[in-house]
Design a protein around this ligand. Sequence first.
Ligand code: UTP
Length: 309
Amino acid sequence: MKVTKAIIPAAGLGTRFLPATKITPKELLPIFDKPAIQYVVEEGVKSGIDNFVIVSSRNKQTIENHFDIFPELEEKLKSQGKDKLLSAISKIIKSSSFTYVRQNEPLGLGHAIWTARHTVGKEHVAIFLPDDIIDNPVPGMAQLIKVATQEKCNVIAVQEVPKDQVSRYGVIDIRKQFSPNLFQVKELVEKPAVNKAPSNLAIVGRYILSSNIFEALDDLRVGANNEIQLTDGIQNLILNGEKVFAYRMQGTRYDVGNPLGLLKASLNFALKHSESSAAVLKYLYDLDKELLVMQGKMEMFKKQKAVTF
Ligand code: UTP
C-alpha cells in the first residue's frame, strides 16, 4: 500500500475564532510565523505525500493563493537576498500538486470529505484536520502510514484525553489491543456523554482510510452537533466488514482551532525557532518574575468568582 494523496478539509466556519475568522480563513492564522495549514502540508510532505486535495469554500480563496507562486514578491526578495523567507513554501509548491474542491454548505466534516470523492480513485487516502498540529520528530502521518502499510487497513490516530473532556471528541471502543499503542476498533462514538464514553482514547485529526469511505458517507444523515460526521462514516466502514485500527500517536497535539490552543502552539514553536527562541525565553523569564503578583491576582479572582482551576 502506498499513500501519496491527502484530503485537507478547510471549509468550516471557524466560529470559535470569531471575530478573527469573519473574513480570514482559520487555516491561515499563523502559528508563530507560519499558517496552520502549512504545518500540516509540511507534515504530509515529510510523510511521502505529494498530492493535496483541499476542501475549500467561499471566503477561502486566499488558501489557494498561499499554495501558489507570487512572482513579484519572489523577485523582490531575491534582489534583496531574502529569498530564504519563502524557500520552504516554494519547495512544496514545486514538488506537490494542489487540487481544490468546494463545499457549498458547511454541513460537517463527513460532508466535507465526501465532497472530495471525485478526486480519489481506488486507493487509501490520508486525511489531515488542520486544527490539529502534531509536534514530534517522526511526523504524525508517517506514523500512521507505517501502521497502515503493515496491517493493510484503515488507521485512525488516537490520544488519551482527561475523562471529563471526552464529550468534546470522537472516542473509540476497543475490540482488541495488539501492542501498547495499537488497537482494533469495535465502535466509534462522536462526542459521548462523560458517563457513556467507551474509553478516553480520543480521535486526533489524522486518518488513513480506504476509498470505501465515500460510499460509507453516501446516505449519512446528520449526527452529533447536527452535522454529517466523519466518525459515523468510519463506523459504517466497520459495519460493512472493514478493519479499522487505532494507533496511539506519538507527539504533542495542539488544538489550534481555538485561541488558547493557538497561543500554546505559537509559544511552543517560537521557543524552537532558531532566530527567536532566545528573545521568547527572555520574555517568559520576565513574565515568570511577575508570577508572584499573578498568583496573588489569581487567588483573588478565585475568591471573587468562586471558581477553581
Ligand atoms: P471544526 O469542527 O473545527 O469546525 O472542523 P469549524 O467550523 O472549522 O470550527 P468551529 O467549530 O465553528 O470553531 C474540523 C475541520 O473540518 C473542516 C474545518 O475547516 C476544520 O478543518 N470542516 C468542518 C469543513 O471543511 N466543513 C465543514 O462543514 C465542517
